[in-house]
Design a protein around this ligand. Structure first.
Ligand code: NAD
Length: 392
């Protein structure tokens, strides 16, 4: 099949297998160029392992730390007529390289929120890997089926308390326009907390603890975005922010229930960047295009792999990592410091349809967006036939 990007709204509905494998290889090259990590975890479970921050975490654990990794993701395999999803091909690329390097890697594709998938993980760990010393929780999902009741909860991206009107960039129509977002009602807030809050993270640790699969001093982290004034109305103080606040509650609960193993549970606060999850959030494409411009000029720009390598180096491999006033592993100072935010705010106030491409780094944003799906990668021949029926 010849595979060219098929973009529909904020998502690309196909993916290029060689491009995805190349993107994985570039991330491996990056961590290997930084040098091996000290005090690395040896058995790592990554929930949400196929794209974005979870994939970067898996690559760092394996290729900078030599860890055995078990991944969990929810991806679509290829068929005769359709390509697989990017996460499918990323995982295939990861497995190929892990196997070459002699690293244990297995990935379970299914619904991480379900009891069945948790049981499969437990069975796999018992059979292959043994106790885990790091659990990364990096799910981003629009819905969750409650494993007890079967009820389906949906997350909403809305402000809380009052309506909010702001600028956004429509990546599909290539226009900047105002959007008015109505505030969420209580049910929408609670449903978003059910999907993106800490309950499922707790259930994972509970299941692993009961099965005696948590090593002494095991660490676990779930990822959050905190941001600043420009994104608070739609993120930090909105429905998704409420769900993320619930991660702090869950972290404390995990530490308490797993005290016998001295499990350390942290919420890690990471920077905003282009992933499949963030592309779907109104305001984010415009905000990220502006921060890319400012942070590249400041020399502080990072993608998933750079940010996660730093998280491992500065925090996750430290016996007692420094935490912020909320107990979080805060990795986002380069984006949220006052000087950088003031520059972004100045651009935000000026940006219009006419000057958007001049004031922002939309070219960089768009390249990163295509790269998520294995497109726009140097060295990949997109006119050539490619085998899409790839497994791992
Ligand atoms: P992503 O969309 O790239 O990755 C989501 C992962 O979750 C994929 O591996 C996907 O297969 C998996 N997944 C989704 N639903 C699943 C299910 N039901 N069962 C099993 N796997 C499932 O997202 P991302 O941006 O890397 O986000 C990961 C985490 O990082 C999220 O908690 C997000 O809020 C947080 N975060 C993101 C940003 C950002 O700017 N992208 C910033 C800070 C924090």
């Amino acid at each position: 099949m010849i595979v060219k990007p098929k973009i529909r709204g904020f998502i690309c509905t196909n993916a290029h297998p060689i491009g995805c494998a190349t993107s994985v290889q570039q991330q491996i090259d990056y961590v290997q160029a930084q040098g091996a990590l000290n005090n690395t975890p040896k058995n790592v479970l990554v929930i949400g392992s196929s794209t974005g921050y979870g994939l970067a975490s898996r690559i760092t654990a394996a290729f900078a730390g030599g860890a055995n990794t078990l991944g969990v993701c929810f991806e679509k395999p290829p068929t005769e007529r359709k390509t697989g999803t990017a996460g499918w091909y990323n995982t295939a690329g990861f497995h190929a390289k892990a196997s070459e390097a002699g690293l244990y890697a297995k990935t379970l594709n299914g619904d991480a929120f379900s009891k069945e998938l948790k049981q499969q993980v437990i069975d796999t760990l018992k059979a292959d890997m043994g106790k885990v010393d790091l659990v990364i929780y990096s799910l981003a999902s629009p819905r969750r089926t409650d494993p007890e009741t079967g009820e389906v909860y949906k997350s909403t991206l809305k402000p809380v308390g009052q309506a909010y009107t702001t600028k956004t960039y429509d990546t599909d129509k290539n226009i900047i326009h105002e959007i008015a977002l109505d505030p969420a009602n209580e049910d929408e807030i609670q449903q978003t907390i059910k999907v993106m809050g800490g309950e499922d993270w707790e259930l994972w640790l509970e299941a692993l603890g009961k099965a005696d699969l948590l090593a002494d001093n095991c660490k676990t982290t779930a990822y959050t975005y905190v941001g600043k004034e420009l994104t608070w109305p739609i993120y930090g103080q909105a429905t998704i922010g409420k769900a993320k606040e619930d991660l702090d509650r869950a972290a404390a609960a995990i530490v308490k229930t797993q005290a016998a193993k001295n499990v350390q549970a942290y919420v890690s606060s990471l920077k905003a960047l282009v992933t499949q999850a963030s592309s779907a959030i109104p305001v984010m494409p415009l905000y990220i295009s502006l921060i890319y411009k400012v942070m590249k000029e400041e020399g502080t720009h990072q993608g998933c792999i750079e940010q996660i390598y730093d998280l491992f180096t500065d925090k996750l491999t430290q016996a007692h990592p420094e935490v912020d006033e909320l107990g979080r592993l805060y990795m986002n100072t380069k984006e949220t410091n006052d000087v950088t935010q003031a520059k972004i705010k100045a651009l935000w106030d000026q940006v219009t349809q006419e000057n958007f491409h001049e004031l922002s780094d939309y070219a960089g944003y768009h390249h990163e967006f295509l790269r998520l799906f294995g497109f726009d990668m140097a060295g990949v021949d997109y006119d050539a036939e490619v085998e899409t029926l790839i497994d791992w």
